[in-house]
Write a protein that binds this ligand. Sequence first.
Ligand code: GLA
Length: 371
Amino acid sequence: MSDILVYASAPARVNIIGEHSDYNDGLVLPTNTAIFTRVQAKRREDRVLKVRSSTLDDTQSFTLDDLRPNPTPTWIEYVKGVAAGLIGAGIKVRGAELIIESNIPLGAGLSSSASLELSVAKALLAVAGESIDAAELALLCQHAEHDYAGVHCGVMDQYSLACATYGSALLLDCRTLQYQQVQLPEDIAFFLTDSGARHSLTDGEYNSRAAECAAAVAILAPAVPGMKNLRDLSHELLAANKAALNAAQYRRCRHVVTEIQRVKDTFAALERRDLHKVGSMLSACHKSLRDDYAVSCVELDALVECADSCDLILGSRMVGAGFGGCVLAVCRKDDALAAAAHVQASYLAVSGSRPWQHLVEPTHPARVENE
Ligand code: GLA
């Protein structure tokens, strides 16, 4: 085995709807698209993982016998966290040389971090000659991100990349971790346009939204029997307890409550191929993320306005954690190229730069390519 190269890959996650819902125990509806983190791995005879990111032009090494999080995380912490998680799960992780490359734009709301985690996990498992159930691997990678990158992310990205089958969206209940797949209609197209603005989940805004939600739960729980998380809040309960919350807390809660309903409605619309309804749900989601959850930014709002000005587009919204990154638009498949060209030209006119675009393409979940 020592001379055999392992090739593993993980796609990017495109969340159709259900934003900032996962860590509130809510529902999410992500799919994957065919841009990838790819890992090439070769076993070493010692206990060292030597990792090269050709995307970032950086090489780092660490020993598997002394794994501890670094308080100022960089990209290598994601790799370390995954190795530590696998060892914790009883896998005999071996020393290896890894070369990682990715064509997923970083910090663009497409879960480049989870894609790194899943592709590295698949590569290390293959080098060890072992395997782990997809759902268990998703949780292990989520914990790697919590413990080593310091981001208290939900479980959506890792579940999507580990479990969503070819061409499907995954309706995931983030409380029970039960999921079902829905095949995307043949005549629908989703495309991404990058605003060029950048966020980093490690810069604190993401964790602060999660903390605001936890604070709201602490205030509401005494008045709402059985309440453990914002998932347990209905429109009626929120309205009845509005006075207990400050204005920002009330809006955060309203986003989560309405977003869970939008996920249900979008799933039902996809099943009956009602593309107009899917579009209107995306647009309503953007307004809620902008006005209630306050995670949009000027560039994302401008891009959504560009999409709104195109008759071919049925709806659009910022995608991922927010504060920058991509806008997801939905249209009929036959209209996709014209719609994307419209958005690109309009955004070029307002921002002065030509944005990166990508047509969402069905793909496999994280896997070893040469098994
Ligand atoms: C990031 C996190 C996810 C999720 C989204 C927002 O991608 O990793 O867990 O919370 O933001 O929906």
